[in-house]
Design a protein around this ligand. Structure first.
Ligand code: ZN
Ligand code: ZN
Length: 212
């Protein structure tokens, strides 16, 4: 199975992706599933899931929360997460039966990095995002080492905010996603060649084209 576990929609201020566009490009990218994560919102995930009529494509409603210790992705989350405090966010996700992923822990931009040094993260997380298409080679390598140090599952996602980014990075596994993550039998892979262009477009979308 090939799932892109990190796709944004227009409900994130830095993205223009519409649910229908996501479904179209997911097919082209030969994905078996994808997690729709919007910043601090579940709206996009619920909308894409509703829009999807293709039974061979699983839509995992999800969200990406900006916590005081960096970004945390919750998979299988259908209600908005209230807290922005790292430990409470992981608890809220688990209370909904969700899966907790530490997103891009070593991004170049300081406020997007995780601040988890000295914390036994295996108590709070299920996985670490070890391939993020908007993160450098070294950033992804560092994430892989972190996952190994704490014996956590590895996931991959494009962090797509535009259609050309969908499916650039992904998670590979056999069978069921939830079980594969629990058994730590997932692999992260992909390419980050479109990452810089995507991040630049996001900056313009968020700061200069707010009305769009
Ligand atoms: Zn993020
Ligand atoms: Zn993201």
């Amino acid at each position: 199975m090939k799932y892109d576990l990190h796709v944004h929609t227009h409900y994130s201020a830095c993205s223009i992706l519409r649910p229908r566009t996501i479904l179209k490009v997911a097919k082209k990218a030969k994905l078996d599933g994808l997690a729709v994560v919007d910043h601090n919102s579940v709206r996009g995930g619920l909308e894409v899931k509703k829009e999807n009529k293709d039974k061979s494509l699983e839509i995992v409603p999800s969200t990406e929360i900006s916590t005081d210790r960096g970004h945390v992705v919750g998979l299988y989350v259908t209600k908005d997460i209230k807290s922005r405090e790292f430990f409470n966010v992981t608890e809220e996700i688990k209370n909904q039966g969700g899966i907790v992923i530490l997103a891009h822990p070593f991004r170049m931009i300081p406020y997007l990095r995780s601040k988890v040094k000295g914390i036994d993260i295996r108590k709070y997380l299920d996985a670490v995002e070890c391939y993020n298409a908007r993160t450098s080679y070294f950033g992804n390598r560092g994430a892989g080492k972190l996952a190994e140090e704490f014996n956590l599952a590895k996931t991959g996602g494009s962090d797509a905010h535009f259609s050309f980014e969908v499916g650039r990075s992904y998670t590979l596994f056999d069978g069921d996603l939830r079980k594969a993550i629990q058994k730590k039998e997932t692999r992260a892979a992909g390419s980050n060649v479109t990452g810089l262009a995507g991040s630049t477009f996001s900056f313009f979308k968020k700061h200069l084209l707010r009305w769009w």
